[in-house]
Design a protein around this ligand. Structure first.
Ligand code: 2P0
Length: 353
């Protein structure tokens, strides 16, 4: 019949987010429940985003099951985290279908996903966050689920922790929650991007190499071995979350920048305190820190903030009016440093969206 051959389809994009108070540590590895809350800035979709199309049809052979083509190549969907996302989204759709028998039975059809990043997946930028956020929203749109971004963040979190923050633009908090089933571990928006339209970020790509220690295993090792980690989750992060939210509400760049840099340093210190130690930053990363310090000293104010995730690349936050002082100086200074001769810098002066 015609109905059996119909292909249902939905496309969406999800942006990359870069944390200014970092997620590092799980209290439940299966549900991706964190040991601390975190806060991120969502970058502009024109610069860094994943585009995903989800489709389903009764004509797709059941024997093929669900599938994903990522950047033109077949990718695995059998992993427990991807399976958790599919399972939850299908259960929501099945509930709608049970309540309204006139709805097509999409929940019984295989899903095909086609996904593409507009930035190099290997560059060590937060591709899993945008990837799982796009996967979840594309299927939720396909299934016409009446779910809010926060409700979808609960599902995306199970794909990759940081993905829950990519369901919102602007400034986004992931509240750690305390329920054992994870029902209160979700993202909410602290402020729209338009609240602070002068905010910019530049990404300095040090290395396109894949990172040595994955975030998932790195944070497990930290939780198991670092004493400094206890201080971080008990005192440092709660203080940083409060100061960060205040700085955003008051558009206080100096406070925003100082908390951002100190939280990045605290995260990398707990990595160094992990046994055996984990090093994500390299000499080139440290040169970028020195360059930012020199810029702030020369300005007599804090006009730039660095932050590093689980890799050597730097993200520098600054305000639009300081573009020349920050980005201009950064490129000139880093050009004189040995490590940067082989490095590629990428100007992604993004307004957050
Ligand atoms: C963050 N990172 O808050 C921190 C800062 C890396 C350093 O979230 O195991 O890929 O999938 O939940 O989300 C990277 O960890 O880890 C991360 P999983 P995820 O952005």
């Amino acid at each position: 019949t015609m109905a059996a051959e119909k292909v249902y389809r939905a496309s969406t994009t999800a942006p990359v987010n870069i944390a200014v108070v970092k997620y590092w540590g799980k209290r439940d590895a299966k549900l991706n429940l964190p040991t601390n809350s975190s806060l991120s800035v969502t970058l502009s979709q024109s610069d860094l985003r994943t585009l995903t199309t989800a489709s389903c049809s009764a004509s797709y052979p059941a024997s093929e099951g669900d599938s994903l083509i990522l950047n033109g190549e077949a990718a695995d969907v059998a992993g427990a985290r991807t399976q958790a996302c599919f399972r939850e989204l299908r259960a929501h759709r099945a509930a709608l279908e049970a309540a309204d028998p006139s709805l097509p039975k999409l929940s019984a059809m295989p899903v095909r996903l086609v996904s593409e990043n507009n930035f190099p997946t290997a560059a060590g930028l937060a591709s899993s966050a945008a990837g799982f956020a796009a996967l979840v929203r594309a299927i939720a749109d396909l299934y016409e689920l009446p779910a809010s971004p926060s409700e979808l963040s609960l599902i995306a979190r199970q794909g990759s922790g940081s993905a829950c923050r990519s369901l919102f633009g602007g400034y986004v908090a992931w509240r750690m929650g305390d329920a054992a089933d994870g029902s209160d571990s979700l993202a909410d928006q602290v402020a729209e991007a338009s609240h602070w339209p002068e905010m910019r970020a530049v990404v300095l790509v040090v290395s396109a190499a894949k990172k040595g220690v994955s975030s998932t295993s790195g944070m497990q090792q930290t939780v198991a071995t670092s004493g400094l980690f206890q201080e971080r989750i008990t005192n440092v992060v709660p203080r940083n979350m409060e100061a960060m939210e205040k700085s955003i509400k008051e558009r206080d760049f100096s406070a925003f920048a100082q908390v951002t840099m100190r939280d990045s340093n605290s995260f990398h210190a707990t990595c160094a305190d992990t046994y055996p130690p984990i090093f994500y930053m390299n000499d080139v990363s440290r040169a970028a820190i020195r360059a930012v310090e020199a810029i702030n000293t020369a300005a007599g104010r804090t006009v730039a903030a660095y932050t590093f995730d689980a890799g050597p690349n730097a993200v520098i936050y600054y305000l639009e009016k300081e573009t020349e002082a920050v980005v201009g100086t950064l490129y000139r200074t880093l050009g004189e440093i040995d490590g940067w001769k082989a490095a590629t810098t990428q100007s992604l002066n993004s307004s957050v969206s």
